[in-house]
Design a protein around this ligand. Structure first.
Ligand SMILES: *[C@@H]1O[C@H](CO)[C@@H](O)[C@H](O)[C@H]1NC(C)=O
Ligand SMILES: *[C@@H]1O[C@H](CO)[C@@H](O)[C@H](O)[C@H]1NC(C)=O
Length: 461
């Protein structure tokens, strides 16, 4: 929490000059108690973004010390309340609060992660933690420029603008900077969403990350696919490499792989034909193949092995029927009749804690959706058709609690380069995004429902 400076109170009034002094002191006290936030220039805003990008928060060993002190310094300049939570030692979550005038209303949570994925610097045109700004194009090259240090800083810059304009939120606005989204979020957002601190925040809606869009429409996400990581194993009689016989481990595994590939093609065709979006189909990709009998020079070539294993990354939309997929796996992909077994290394849920599909409703039951559309329109932005996020984000931990969570990273006219070499964001897109968040935070934090309906419908979720 930010400390409020206090000045000693004068004790007596001896003369007019002392009275004047008193007036001076008390006006000084007011200005110290409520430090005014100065408007920033464009170059200050860009420079802060670059500073955040220059902190090496790459997994597997992010520099949390620097990112935490950087964020706390900005929070301090903005007189936001701050807290550093460590659900797991060494993995700090920075929680900031801009108190509203009516703390009884559910709050707004703006979530972002501080960590980034590793990079291969020699494959980049500019070092990934230099945050080089190309003067001719305005592109800022850095790991995290899209995923998602941009969003974290845009939240803060939007608050900076709102603070300097004198705006006061009605609802409490929280910002969480979580440490480990890129490796699953288990020590950050997952524990946070289940914590007592989170309960006390009385969150009404969460904003989290989305994806860049190459065209002029901003992408927006209301759910995401769940990761099912599965390995299937075949066993069979070993035999001479020259012999043709049925039911070898390899042959049994190949029958499964062929069946999985047919399913994959059918799903992919739906995307290619444009009849389904990427997030609406079940994707399945083979990620490892483990078989063969090792020899000092590689593998034994004249032996058909007795075991073979393959691993698959399956992504399941929240609208899919999990039982039907499980049946397909047990009957077609790894049938015991073919001496196959299967095992899940991870099996993300499709339903929230209350048994409902893990999607944020985009109808009248969720006022935050209409408010977001309005806020973006007011800032001259155009939203694309809402989508299911094709991969995973921390938003799932909030949706699991039945909370509305919307994925949105304001990057239009931008190629999708998350996790890629030469990840960049153009400075003008970055600045435009700040204005979108100014509009969103203003709209969200001022939303005072005339009835208790929105809060009631939240309790029902
Ligand atoms: C960034 O940190 C990672 C460890 O997480 C390290 O491997 C890498 O070399 C660092 N990069 C730079 C440019 O310091
Ligand atoms: C399954 O294993 C049994 C026992 O080794 C064997 O008799 C049978 O032929 C195998 N079936 C298939 C389809 O591989």
């Amino acid at each position: 929490m930010a400390a409020t400076p206090h000045l000693p109170q004068p004790e007596c009034f001896l003369s007019v000059s002392l009275l004047l002094l008193l007036l001076l002191v008390s006006s000084l006290q007011i200005s110290l108690a409520k430090p005014s936030v100065q408007e920033s220039t464009e170059s200050e805003i860009i420079s802060r973004f670059q500073q955040y990008l220059q902190i090496n928060t790459s997994q597997p060993d992010p520099d949390y010390k620097q990112s935490t002190s950087f964020l706390l310094a900005i929070a301090n300049s903005l007189s936001l309340e701050s807290q550093v939570l460590e659900f797991v030692p060494g993995k700090p979550l920075v929680l900031l609060k801009w108190p509203g005038t009516d703390p009884s209303l559910p709050s707004i949570l703006l979530n972002s992660h501080t960590d980034v994925v590793p990079s291969e610097p020699h494959k980049w045109g500019h070092p990934p933690f230099q945050a080089h700004l190309d003067p001719s194009t305005g592109h800022i090259f850095a790991r995290g420029s899209q995923d998602m240090k941009c969003v974290g800083m845009q939240y803060l810059e939007a608050i900076w603008k709102l603070r300097s304009s004198g705006f006061k939120p009605t609802r409490d606005v929280y910002l969480s900077f979580v440490p480990d989204e890129e490796i699953g979020g288990h020590d950050g957002a997952e524990k946070f969403a289940e914590s007592e601190v989170f309960d006390k925040m009385n969150v009404g809606v969460v904003l989290d990350e989305g994806l860049a869009s190459p065209d002029g429409f901003y992408r927006v996400f209301y759910g995401e696919r769940s990761a099912w990581w599965m390995s299937i194993k075949a066993v069979g009689k070993p035999g001479h490499g020259a012999k043709l016989y049925d039911n070898s481990a390899m042959e049994n595994l190949f029958k499964s792989i062929e069946s999985i590939r047919r399913f994959r093609s059918a799903q992919f065709d739906l995307v290619k034909s444009g009849s389904r979006a990427e997030g609406d189909v079940i994707s399945v990709n083979m990620v490892f193949l483990k078989a063969g009998t090792p020899s000092p020079t590689g593998f034994v070539m004249n032996l058909q092995p007795s075991e073979a294993v393959a691993g698959f990354d399956i992504r399941v939309p929240p609208t899919a029927d999990p039982l039907a997929l499980e049946r397909r796996i047990a009957e077609e992909w790894a049938p015991s009749s073919r001496n196959m077994t299967f095992e899940f290394k991870q099996k993300g849920p499709l339903h929230d804690k209350f048994g409902k599909p893990m999607v944020t409703p985009l109808d009248d039951s969720n006022p935050w959706w209409g408010l977001l559309q309005k806020a973006i329109k007011n800032a001259n932005g155009v939203l694309g058709k809402p989508e299911i996020f094709p991969a995973s984000t921390d938003a799932r931990y909030f949706r699991n609690r039945g909370l509305p969570a919307i994925g949105f990273s304001p990057m239009a006219n931008t190629p999708i380069l998350l996790h890629d070499h030469n990840e960049y964001l153009n400075k003008d897109e970055y600045l435009k995004g700040i204005d979108l968040y100014v509009s969103i935070i203003k709209t969200y934090s001022s939303f005072a429902p005339r009835t208790a309906r929105d809060d009631a419908s939240r309790a029902e979720l």
